[in-house]
Design a protein around this ligand. Structure first.
Ligand code: SF4
Ligand code: SF4
Ligand code: FES
Length: 362
């Protein structure tokens, strides 16, 4: 008979859990779930070697173990510290941890631009959530924020280096998922930045996953850019038979009406993808007919998106033409020409009805 594995008993914020030896404090907390789970901006359970960069997951170890009950002298990164039998940890019950986390958020925001109103990540941004929960009301920083030369990393992915928090997740993704690593962190300290070095495009078939793992809006989908706000879209589970054996073919479609605005991997409540998808599924399959629709997706993460309840929705009758006495509605104001956000590829005043994403240059 196989010998039963001894589990380690850990107490996190006074809640006990038994976990396998080698489990990190963060993953032990995730087994308990709820508010006591430390935030994690760089750790990603699907990426080997991730974690240990951002310090948002700091916790206090008030008792090291049953064998050596001394507390750890400093706060520790819970994503990189493994549990010991009898360990006691404080996260939200420790004012010291909350104060330190406030400081970490302040550091992460030091150079961060005030882009939320125009940032595609808004509404599903981990940094927004973190700032809301742990950030200060205002900044004490008086210096000029960091700026970068614009780097073009291909036709599908947009890099906004000013928003990057240097979590390294995209570097691990490129390293572990694609045939060869094509980008990395260049420079050190204040000069550190994500780059492709010789500015070659990231055109590997799995590189689109860097968009999903990026916790902020530093890497966004160019085919979705500025097309819609994420909270106006309806997430729907769908799948297809993908010819790439490494791709699971199971995705979330972000729809408005019958239009597919973007395709992403499915994410769990910690914002981590469940399974990876290839770039063909992500960027080239933007029609409902490409997919087998499974049904509305429940967004478990605390987010403005989860406020939408889309089960049993019936499309209201479009009464505009009737109200206009049979006339087709015309676009009255072409804001795109003014804002130069996205260039239309036709004269918008000549089309019947509202503009569609196909009417804009990708
Ligand atoms: S990355 Fe997040 S916090 Fe930064 S501008 Fe975008 S939405 Fe705002
Ligand atoms: S681009 Fe995004 S995923 Fe990559 S290091 Fe910066 S924040 Fe992390
Ligand atoms: S999540 Fe632990 S250091 Fe970033």
């Amino acid at each position: 008979m196989a010998e039963e594995k001894k589990l380690f008993k850990v107490k996190i914020d006074n809640i006990s859990v038994e976990v396998e030896p080698g489990t990190t404090i963060l993953n032990a907390a995730r087994q308990i779930g709820g508010d006591i789970v430390p935030p994690a901006m760089c750790y990603y359970s699907k990426l080997k070697g991730s974690g240990g960069k951002c310090r948002t997951c700091l916790v206090k170890v008030s008792k090291g173990s049953d064998a050596d009950p001394r507390p750890m002298p400093k706060l520790v990164a819970s994503c990189r510290t493994t549990v010991m039998d009898g360990m006691e940890v404080a996260n939200i019950t420790s004012p010291e941890v909350l104060e330190a986390r406030k400081g970490v958020v302040e550091f992460l925001l030091l150079n961060h631009p005030l882009d939320c109103p125009v940032c595609d990540q808004a509404g599903e941004c981990h940094l927004q959530d973190l700032s809301y929960e742990h950030g200060a009301d205002s900044t004490r920083y008086e210096f000029k924020r960091r700026t970068f030369d614009r780097v073009d990393i291909g036709d599908k992915i947009q890099l906004h280096m000013t928003r990057c928090i240097l979590c390294y997740r995209c570097v691990f993704t490129a390293d572990q998922l694609t045939e060869k690593r094509e980008h990395g962190v260049l420079g050190r300290g204040e000069a550190a930045e994500i780059g492709t070095y010789i500015q070659q495009s990231l055109d590997n078939n799995f590189i689109g996953n860097v968009i999903d793992v990026c916790p902020v809006g530093a890497l966004t989908d160019k085919t979705f850019r500025f097309k819609n706000r994420v909270w106006f879209l309806k997430p729907v589970d769908a799948h297809r038979e993908c010819s790439d054996p490494k791709c699971c073919g199971k995705v979330a479609l972000w729809m408005r009406g019958d239009e597919v605005f973007r395709v992403t991997a499915r994410k769990d409540k910690y914002g981590e993808v469940e399974e990876w998808i290839c770039d063909t599924c992500r960027f080239d399959k933007k029609e409902v007919k490409d997919w087998v629709i499974e049904g509305p997706r429940k967004i478990e993460r605390q987010s403005v998106i989860s406020q939408g309840h889309y089960v049993g929705v019936h499309k209201p009758k479009d009464a505009l033409v009737e109200v206009l006495d049979g006339r087709q509605p015309k676009l009255l104001l072409d804001i795109h020409n003014i804002s130069e956000v996205n260039k239309p590829n036709i004269d918008l005043s000549q089309i019947n009805g509202p503009a569609h994403s196909d009417d804009f240059n990708k």
